[in-house]
Design a binder for this molecule. Structure first.
Ligand code: ZN
Length: 188
């Protein structure tokens, strides 16, 4: 009898730990974005537009850029991605296809470093040449801040290789919204 109980408990733990493609995040939501570094005014305004559009398209204010104190998500403009990574953190990259460049023809476009305290999003300078690409990369990294991991298949917002936002179909965008809301524990 005792042994059966333990087997049942073990099965429950397996199911709980194995389900879902997200990981627990300690960030509070709506997440406060009060730290932006390295942007000029037009880049900063582009980032604000993308954040505002995520809130309005998802139909819920999950990102708060209206001031206040403290910051859950910090966003930084970078010209290169250094290898310095905070201890005890999850680090995820977004790549874009760039024939003839780097490993397997990809280039790092963005990086999210999620710690217990906050999430740092780094955006590569070159993505600001294309508003649609910047939007896809920023949404992808916000997904990581929300605890989402990569989707193995191509063509999803959370696929490791991203592409300009207007190349995603609406069902891919809806999947991203559903996964993100489930991961951060919000409901519309
Ligand atoms: Zn990623």
């Amino acid at each position: 009898m005792l042994r059966q109980k333990w087997q049942f408990l073990f099965a429950v733990v397996l199911v709980l730990s194995g389900c879902g493609q997200w990981r627990a995040t300690a960030l509070r939501w709506p997440a406060r974005i009060n730290s932006m570094q390295g942007f000029d005014s037009s880049e900063s305004s582009a980032v604000h537009t993308v954040i505002t559009s995520l809130n309005s398209q998802i139909g819920l204010s999950i990102l708060n850029i209206s001031g206040g104190t403290g910051s859950d998500i910090n966003i930084r403009f970078v010209t290169s991605f250094d290898s310095e990574v905070a201890a005890a953190s999850h680090v995820d990259y977004a790549y874009i296809k760039m024939p003839g460049r780097g490993i397997a023809g990809t280039r790092i476009a963005g990086r999210a470093t999620l710690t217990a305290e906050n999430c740092l999003i780094e955006l590569g300078d070159f993505i600001f040449n294309d508003d649609e690409l910047m939007q896809a990369v920023l949404w992808h990294e916000i997904g990581h801040c929300g605890g989402l991991q990569h989707v193995k298949e191509d063509g999803e917002i959370m696929s490791p290789v991203t592409k300009p936002f207007n190349q995603y179909s609406s069902d891919k965008v809806q999947r991203f919204f559903g996964d993100l809301l489930a991961s951060i524990g919000e409901k519309k």
